[in-house]
Design a protein around this ligand. Structure first.
Ligand SMILES: Nc1ncnc2c1ncn2[C@@H]1O[C@H](COP(=O)(O)OP(=O)(O)OP(=O)(O)O)[C@@H](O)[C@H]1O
Ligand SMILES: [Mg+2]
Length: 485
């Protein structure tokens, strides 16, 4: 026999002869046969057997009726497929059995071929259902929002609080921080979870097409509009529309979006008719909309309409403690996907990754892990396997000079960078560094403390090069590692 998994089939019938003959047929066909003579025994077996695929259930059982058992089984979340058997098959009980969710209905006397065909069909339907559920689970896993950091806990609390409402949600934060995952999490925890989630990437659609994309068009509305088309808002009716990169939307389209938000009204391009839709709108952007408003690129009224429930998606460098669990998660995810055995990261490698500023945020981390799984041969990914800019002992974040607000801030940042680079050049030897930059050792220690530069006893390595601008919430650090490549 091939090494295919033997499907488990339970036969429930009080007639021993029937059980015997089905046993012979089914075992001959390579199925795993189980049997029960009454309802109680059947239910016990069903509850105890892992991976039971199918039940052949006699309608007329001593004590309890087979239809009754069927109804009970179908209430369970993972019930096997059920085929009913009857000796006194009236049309009525067949109809009822089907209504209750039986897969098929067989009449006694049983015919071998008829029984086998019904069994094969039920099993293949069951298999398809499993595969579908498996795919669904995989898809859901793809959008899981991972994180234990207090910022993420707070974010989850907010998500769960606002999800069931119909409020428009405005998600902002740097690129690669998980804004799309947040939008999906809101939808999945809302009353609309079973309805559609429709995503529109406003940056990816050419200006002249975006309106028709969002609101649809009538036939002949413009050159090329050869058919009428439904817009995303209509498609999502009852569900959620996620307008991604809303900062890239033209002023004209913004006005129309405002109208949907305020009145729930959409108008197809080229039509005077107004339709109402019931959609929940979630928007996201990595742009600073206040600045866009100042520059005349974003409507202030739309901004205020959107900003009712703002959600901040924090950059990875503000939640570095999550790096190890994200690494684990992506490692599991990509190993599954590629059928690889999961690898481990050495402590040194993780340490280096925790120090790196991750300008590309979680997206950068995720891409790196995928690459490392494929390119590293050994079971343990070591620091030496990491890209050079991450291996670098330190990363200094000097923001754009335009972003620096005061002379003091600039001086402090410059001084910190100077000290860090000298420390590195002198292999983190304090005395030597102090001598070289011509300052007393005590003063150097004071500076280290002031800038939060920590030295590991003996080794002379940065533990946490906490940066000035980080504390002040700057957004776009430059890492020395990247600059100096
Ligand atoms: N907390 C997280 N847990 C798991 N995966 C995450 C997390 N944050 C981000 N990711 C993954 O990182 C990638 C980038 O996330 P996402 O697309 O949601 O970012 P974004 O904020 O929308 O970025 P952009 O502004 O560039 O569109 C995705 O593959 C996403 O699955
Ligand atoms: Mg995005």
């Amino acid at each position: 026999m091939s090494n295919r998994r033997k499907e488990k089939i339970l036969v429930v019938d009080d007639e021993e002869n029937i059980r015997k003959s089905l046993k012979m047929i089914l075992e001959y066909e390579g199925y795993n046969f189980l049997e029960a003579a009454d309802a109680e025994e059947a239910i016990d077996i069903i509850e105890e057997t892992i991976g039971l695929d199918l039940v052949l259930l006699d309608i007329k059982l001593p004590g309890r009726d087979g239809l009754d058992v069927l109804a009970e089984l179908k209430k369970k979340p993972y019930s096997p497929e059920i085929i009913m058997i009857s000796g006194h098959g009236t049309v009525q009980s067949a109809v009822e059995a089907t209504k209750l969710g039986a897969f098929d209905f067989l009449e006694k006397p049983l015919h071998r071929e008829r029984v086998l065909i019904s069994i094969r069909n039920a099993l293949s339907q069951n298999k398809m259902l499993y595969e579908y559920q498996d795919l669904r689970k995989k898809a859901e896993k793809k959008y899981e929002l991972i994180g234990n950091h207090s910022l993420m806990k707070k974010l989850w609390q907010e998500i769960l609080k606002i999800a069931p409402t119909n409020a428009t949600i405005f998600i902002y934060g740097e690129s690669g921080t998980g804004k799309e995952l947040i939008a999906r999490a809101i939808h999945n925890h809302s009353m609309r979870a079973k309805e559609k989630f429709i995503q529109v990437n406003c940056a990816a659609i050419p200006e002249e097409l975006i309106e028709s994309e969002l609101f649809g068009h009538v036939k002949g509305a413009f050159t090329g509009a050869t058919e009428k088309k439904l817009g995303k808002f209509e498609l999502a009716d009852g569900g959620t529309v996620f307008l991604d990169e809303i900062g890239d939307m033209s002023l004209k389209t913004q006005a129309k979006v405002l109208r949907v938000l305020e009145e729930g009204e959409v108008q197809k391009v080229g039509s005077s008719k107004i339709n109402t839709v019931d959609v929940r709108v979630i928007v996201a952007t990595n742009k600073n909309l206040i600045k866009e408003i100042k520059d005349g690129n974003f409507r202030e009224d739309l901004y205020f309409r959107l900003n009712v429930v703002p959600l901040y998606s924090p950059p990875l460098r503000e939640k570095k403690e999550d790096i190890p669990i994200l690494i684990d998660y992506f490692m599991g995810f990509f190993s599954d996907e590629n059928n690889f055995r999961p690898k481990k990261f050495s402590d040194k490698a993780i340490e280096a990754m925790m120090k790196y500023p991750w300008k590309g945020n979680v997206r950068e981390l995720k891409n790196l892990i995928e690459r490392l799984i494929i390119t590293t041969e050994a079971d343990i990914i070591d620091k030496k396997d990491l890209p050079e800019q991450i291996r670098g002992e330190m990363h200094i974040y000097l923001p754009d000079v335009k972003e620096i607000k005061s002379i003091k801030e600039f001086r402090d940042l410059a001084e910190k960078e100077f000290i860090l680079s000298k420390l590195e050049a002198n292999n983190w030897n304090i005395s030597q560094t102090a001598r070289e930059i011509d300052t007393p050792r005590s003063n150097l220690y004071k500076k280290l403390e002031q800038y939060g530069i920590k030295i590991k006893a003996g080794v002379g390595e940065v533990v946490a090069p906490s940066s000035l601008h980080e504390d002040e919430g700057e957004e776009s650090p430059n890492s020395r590692g990247q600059d100096g490549r």
